[in-house]
Design a binder for this molecule. Sequence first.
Ligand code: M6R
Length: 606
Amino acid sequence: MCGIVGYIGKKNASDFLLEALKKLEYRGYDSAGIAICDTKINVIKKAGRINVLKKAISDAKDFCGNSGIGHTRWATHGKPSDINAHPHVGRSGKIAIVHNGIIENYIVLKKSLIKKNIKFISETDSEIIAAMIDYLYEDDIFSAVIKTVCSLEGSFALGILCSDFPDKIIAVKKESPIIIGIGDNENYIASDIYAFADRTKHIYRLDECEIAVLGASEVNFYNFQGKKIEKNMAEIDWEIGSSEKDGFEHFMLKEIMEQPEAIKKTLLLRCVKNDIVINELNKSYLESLNKICIVACGSSYHVGMAARYAFEKIVRIATNVELASEFRYRSPIIDKNTLVIIISQSGETADSLAALRESKRRGAKTLAIVNVVGSSIASEANFVVYTWAGIEVAVATTKAYSAQLSVMYALSLYISKVLNRISKEKFEVYFQDLISLPNLIEEVLKSKDQVFKIAQKYSQADNVFFIGRGVDYAVCMEGSLKFKEVSYIHSEAYAAGELKHGTISLVENGTIVIALATDPRLFEKTISNIREVRARGALCIAITTKENFNAISSVADDILCVPKIHSIMMPSLTVIPLQLFAYYVALLHKRDIDKPRNLAKSVTVE
Ligand code: M6R
């Protein structure tokens, strides 16, 4: 989603700003812009990719200054266009702002400013912020900012420039992240640490309703009442990982191939000497639990769907899996005996964050499974277990999904052991399966050329159905999402047993059905479902274990095999050919694989 960057120092700000915006491209955007302050504010903003903006800046004369703010916009209010792009400037031309989030009361505020003869030129909610600061500003920019932010409702991270103070930039946070980076006689702001992680390891995270005023060599912090506050500087002491393609054509393929490493790193601190260590959750707390709710969005929700089988089978505590966007507005029955597990790669997903807050409000304890250290969800949860997948650049998640799954298996094993719900022998078997995942995934990845050939054969499909039972169905949900988001081809995931209840009417000659059949208990039943769709003309790609190859060969047109492992961990293996299939079909269609249309990496608005 939208990205904010800012610079104050001795160099030309636009060099850093362009470089930093480029790093935030992966979040998803449709337009970008920069405001630079010298003696006056200059703005260049363009619909389209950063390269369009870069060209416009290099064509412009005198676009320089030592302070500046930049933005990548992902349209919410108003179409992608030069005018709707940020920065927005107040009518005096002295104030420029960039905004992430949504201003919920912007219509009321806009009407009241229009009555004061203030004109608006964009369709955005964000322009109101520039207009209001500008209207309230006489000679004290700080007080104009405070009055404005106190009258805004909704979520906002802001970067603000005022031409009367070219040696300052201002950052504001309410419900949308913003981070301050401390350099050597230069300082930065960004909505995402990757923007400046190669320049400094020293950061401040703004907390709720805080303001930072940055000069080149000092930063001061305030609350929304204007009172100065002290904050502790943090040091980034974790490895962010490479955000280069390292010879791969796309980040998505690179990240698919990085999955064994991502799981290894994630489990390194958790699987120690034949045991699982998650000391964040102690025995007496776990003994009080009578319910687990897993809450997330998109692929992270699919991780929850797959992990539920492990929790139900070995933890034996009632486990619900919920979409955060629904959960937050229901009246969930949760209390102090419920553990709410929020899964989020970015740690910034607006619905997941709201679900976390709602859970805490209802007295439940929250555990965050997060890939970004210090993100909002990590900061607000009662307990945190990090995944160590490294930076994931492709919008379509692959390695973060796999790392999350591995943590969930480890967690289910840990809880079942602490609560004495699993025998020593069974624990040992599952544990060995868990630590063998990186090697087994490595083996599955070797089938990538075979998947490419299958993708070539079926790439012209209009509709693809993903069917499976039990844990295979949970993987179908992820396979279908991955496929549609990068290939732009319609697909659906169905519990194979549900087909007869309506969906099978869509199956006709040439319909592509991808069937997952790995669970030995349900294998024959899925085979029957494959026969049913084939009898109606469907073409079937089956994904199963090597042992089942012969049994499935009479009903499938193509077969992809994975090694055998206990069913509850099978999703970690079966998801790999589905990710590769999605990738190769998208490649054959020449899609914008790493940044699919309309999508954003981090969904920070509702
Ligand atoms: O950062 P999160 O894990 O909270 O993001 C949730 C979803 O937006 C995300 O998983 C999305 O579905 C994936 N990018 C799809 O590949």
